[in-house]
Design a protein around this ligand. Structure first.
Ligand code: F6P
Length: 376
């Protein structure tokens, strides 16, 4: 039944470890098991617009399981807002044309939250789409976990381990900034695994004073160093109030694109506070009297070979995706549910974010082992 199916595949959004493993899992199952043919599109949705392809055969799939990045290349370009110099254009019609030119049965979009939304836009334009969840942020709704997260967690944990010995030797406070966009999964997970003394995540607005007091208490007990793990999206209690007001105002404006305006405003807010960990480091040095340093892990967290868990997850999701395509089920994301996989309607995924719930067991565990979460 699947023999006449030609499938497109692209990777979009920030890269992460496990993308190649997913392409391989999908490709091997689709080509070898179901007898489909497959075309890769380069650099995300832009490759569909410009019809820049990579024909996927066994040769392309061989030896990529352990490689970081993506053999297809990626970009953050959106079909409906494709940048050309200083202007953007809705390139959905060009994508639809490419899709039909290649006689595609469906296109698999591998990406994070933004990709899920863009895939749904293509679905609304009449294309058959299936998505796979990837991101180091672990913030995609309706899946237990996304690939990329476990590898980033390992890298960030190792970094915190290494920061411990230098912080101890110099009796310093080390603030370490971790990625995660607006979600705290990575900072929380790595903070717990690395034994950080303070963990600050976007879901729990913090007070710098509370953090400084926790560090001083530790120093009085003889621990003359502290590791403060901060998510890049963490905000103070004061900033959270400003964000709430901003969102409220935008909602009240009720213009046609009200929802989009809210996220634009939020992005702008975070861009304006991009140096917040540097400021926090200075505040802590002043308030505690202890020498303080900042380490920003940045894109290190997204590079290199995927962990065994991510290779396994990406292979499971990729191969399950081929099965979904073979039964011609479209408009879904292939999600991880325990040891199994399941399909979730794209409508349920697109536009939603999986944040850390305040009563999540990881937060409870962190508090129980005495970690300061910045709020009390
Ligand atoms: O979504 C993955 C992620 O690494 C986020 O954690 C981070 O906020 C963002 O991408 C960085 O994006 P870019 O690589 O485009 O700077």
């Amino acid at each position: 039944m699947a023999k006449d199916q030609c499938i497109g595949v692209l990777t979009s959004g920030g890269d992460c470890p496990g993308l190649n493993a997913a392409i391989r899992g999908l490709g091997k199952a689709a080509l070898d098991h179901y007898g489909m043919s497959m075309i890769g599109f380069r650099d995300g949705f832009r490759g569909l617009v410009q019809d820049r392809t990579l024909r996927i055969t066994g040769e392309q799939l061989s030896g990529i399981l352990t490689d970081g990045g993506t053999i297809l290349g990626t970009s953050r370009d959106k079909p409906h807002k494709m940048p050309f110099g200083d202007r953007t254009e809705d390139m959905t019609p060009a994508i639809v044309e490419t899709y039909h030119r290649h006689g595609l049965e469906a296109v698999v979009c591998i990406g994070g939250g933004g990709t899920q939304k863009n895939a749904m836009r293509l679905m609304d334009a009449g294309l058959n789409v299936v998505t796979l969840p990837k991101t180091i942020d672990n913030d995609i709704a309706e899946t237990d976990v996304s690939f990329g997260f476990d590898t980033a967690l390992g890298i960030a944990t190792e970094a915190i381990d290494r920061l411990h010995s230098t912080a101890t030797s110099h009796h310093r406070v080390i603030v370490v900034e971790l990625m995660g966009h607006r979600a705290g999964w990575l900072a929380l997970g790595a903070g717990i695994a690395g034994g950080a003394d303070v963990i600050l995540i976007p879901e729990i607005p913090y007070s710098a004073e509370v953090v400084a007091n926790a560090i001083k208490r530790r120093a009085r007990r003889g621990h003359r160093f502290s590791i403060v793990a901060v998510a890049e999206g963490a905000v103070t209690i004061e900033q959270q109030k400003q964000i709430d007001e901003l969102v409220q105002k935008k909602k009240e404006a009720k213009d046609r694109e009200g929802k989009k305006d809210v996220s634009d405003a939020l992005n702008q807010f975070h861009e304006e506070h991009v140096d917040h960990t540097l400021r926090l480091t200075g505040q802590l040095e002043k308030a505690t009297g202890m020498e303080s340093r900042l380490t920003i892990l940045g894109h290190l967290q997204r590079g290199g070979t995927p962990s065994a868990a991510d290779r396994l997850l990406a292979t499971r999701l990729g191969s399950a995706c081929a099965e979904v395509l073979a039964r011609r089920q479209y408009g879904v994301m292939v999600a991880a549910r325990g040891d199994a996989t399941e399909t979730v309607q794209l409508e349920k995924v697109a536009g939603s974010k999986k944040l850390v719930p305040p009563d999540h067991p990881w937060i409870q565990a962190a508090r129980l082992v005495g970690t300061c979460m910045g709020d009390e």
